[in-house]
Design a protein around this ligand. Structure first.
Ligand SMILES: [Zn+2]
Length: 267
């Protein structure tokens, strides 16, 4: 029996059965092990991130299903994949997804509701609209980074109703929506930003082309992942997927509405 260095639990073997702490052996402290660790960290050889993200793209819904069924050690938790992608996205949040500039806010579904509070906020700041817009856009990016989980939670709510007979728990629906959000961040925000910048197609990308692209890619992802994760099929799957696209759009608008008010209240 050894006593765990982290939690004090007495156990046998190389890993604590309470907290998972590894028993250090002399080899763990060797230069060779150190160099191996550094090499792995640099080359991504042991990188579960790339592996898990790759699976999300090739087999939509598979990682969520593995997680829900308790096969987890092979993958980076989807929530971690999500936060890494967010980190990348918020370096250049050009595509208005979880970030929403003042202009995007005013053109959104609830844009009409925002004009009154906006006018009040501009007056309170005592600056002109251009200066206010600059300050607003800086402030809202910071908040959006913290708030993005709210979108996932909101968007996962309808799944509890649409797939109530699916034998999935509330937290499984949230995990699944995290995977949907990962797909969107990677394909519709990061890769799309790269393509637009590398090809110089920026002038041809407008709201309409973006919306069509979002609908097509999400329809593809929701149908494939719904089949895998909820074992739904045929016309029910198609109808539920179309419904989910509308409900995800609604969740995004509600998220942006909350983001707007948080931004002007904290400015
Ligand atoms: Zn322990």
């Amino acid at each position: 029996m050894v006593s765990c260095k982290s939690c004090g639990n007495a156990f046998e073997g190389n890993y604590c059965n309470q907290c998972g702490e590894k028993v250090l052996v002399p080899a763990d402290r060797s230069l060779r092990t150190l160099l191996n660790t550094i090499a792995r960290a640099i080359t991504f050889a042991d990188n579960k991130f790339v592996y898990t993200l790759g699976l999300m793209l090739r087999k939509p819904g598979f990682v969520s299903a593995e997680f829900a069924e308790g096969r987890r050690v092979k993958y980076l938790p989807p929530i971690s994949v999500f936060f890494v992608l967010n980190l990348i996205y918020f370096f250049f949040p050009l595509i208005q997804l979880f970030n929403a500039s003042l202009n995007t806010q005013l053109l959104s579904l609830f844009g009409g509701w925002l004009r009154g509070p906006l006018t009040t906020a501009v007056l309170q700041q005592g600056v002109n609209l251009e200066t206010f817009t600059l300050l607003y856009n800086l402030k809202t990016v910071g908040l959006a980074k913290l708030m993005v989980m709210l979108f996932v939670l909101l968007a996962s709510l309808p799944l509890n109703v649409l797939y109530r007979k699916s034998n999935r728990y509330f937290t499984d629906h949230v995990d699944y929506m995290v995977e949907v959000a990962c797909f969107n961040l990677f394909v519709n925000a990061i890769v799309l930003t790269l393509i637009i910048n590398l090809t110089g197609l920026g002038s041809q990308v407008n709201e309409l082309t973006l919306t069509i692209l979002f609908i097509m890619t999400n329809l593809y992802f929701l149908i494939r992942s719904g089949y895998t994760f909820y074992t739904e099929s045929s016309w029910r799957l198609v109808i539920k997927s179309v419904l989910m696209i509308g409900l995800m759009k609604l969740a995004l608008e509600v998220y942006r509405l909350i983001l707007f008010f948080l931004t002007i209240w904290t400015m």
